[in-house]
Write a protein that binds this ligand. Structure first.
Ligand SMILES: [Zn+2]
Length: 228
């Protein structure tokens, strides 16, 4: 019994510094100047195997294997968006989705960040250098109304655009607290044959562009309409 306890303590001691270390080594910051709040922004939709992405897996999310391949931040139109890290602009309003306007930044560490559903074309051009925290865009609304669902869609792409990764794992923030507020897009689709898989905001899979659906379940919950 004593032995088991010692092993458990040793395991905790090993885990603790590594999780702290992981937090310290997250290279990016949140994409806003101001802290979250009712007059600034809040965490809207999560990355990954969300119920919303699952329901639309054959349409909007097909290229991302059925995952919501970014994070959504609810914010009024015109909220200042900042670069999450130092980098070089790859382009504004390029063919990267997330209409009506977008911005793509290469951070020169394997990651690219995409800022989507922007209010207007960012006043930056390919090759421009940006620094962490610099205002680079204004948030908008995918429906261009500014009252239907205004939000910033933020994607983290890795390895020359091939992979989508969960921004939560590379942006330094108190995600547990950020996730306390709001409801929309928080549910993850469940595979009733493996019901604990991909059910927290931290354990979502990477997506590979153009690869087959990752979550086309035989027994999904909630049940979803099949648009085939
Ligand atoms: Zn989104």
């Amino acid at each position: 019994m004593k032995h088991v306890m010692l092993v458990a303590l040793a395991a905790i001691a090993l885990l603790l510094p590594s999780s702290l270390h992981a937090q310290e080594t997250k290279p990016f910051i949140l994409p806003f100047q101001d802290p979250p709040g009712p007059s600034t922004w809040f965490l809207g939709g999560l990355y990954g195997n969300t119920t919303g992405a699952y329901a639309n897996r054959r349409e909007f999310y097909l290229a991302g294997q059925g995952l919501h391949f970014g994070l959504d931040f609810s914010a009024a139109c015109g909220t200042k968006v900042v670069a999450i890290g130092d980098g070089v602009v790859l382009g504004a309003d390029g063919p990267w989705g997330s209409a009506p306007h977008n911005l793509l930044i290469d951070h020169r560490n394997g990651y690219w960040s995409l800022y989507g559903h922007l209010l207007e074309r960012p006043k930056l051009n390919a090759g421009d250098r940006v620094t962490k925290g610099q205002v680079v865009a204004l948030s908008g609304d995918p429906d261009s109304t500014c009252h239907s669902r205004p939000h910033l869609h933020l994607e983290l792409r890795y390895n020359n655009n091939e992979r989508f990764v969960n921004p939560i794992n590379v942006i330094r923030a108190d995600w547990d607290t950020l996730a306390l507020f709001g409801q929309f897009g928080r549910g993850f689709e469940r595979d009733l044959n493996d019901p604990r898989k991909w059910q927290t905001m931290y354990d979502q899979p990477d997506g590979i562009r153009g690869a087959p659906l990752i979550n086309d379940y035989e027994n999904p919950w909630p049940p979803s309409f099949d648009f085939r």
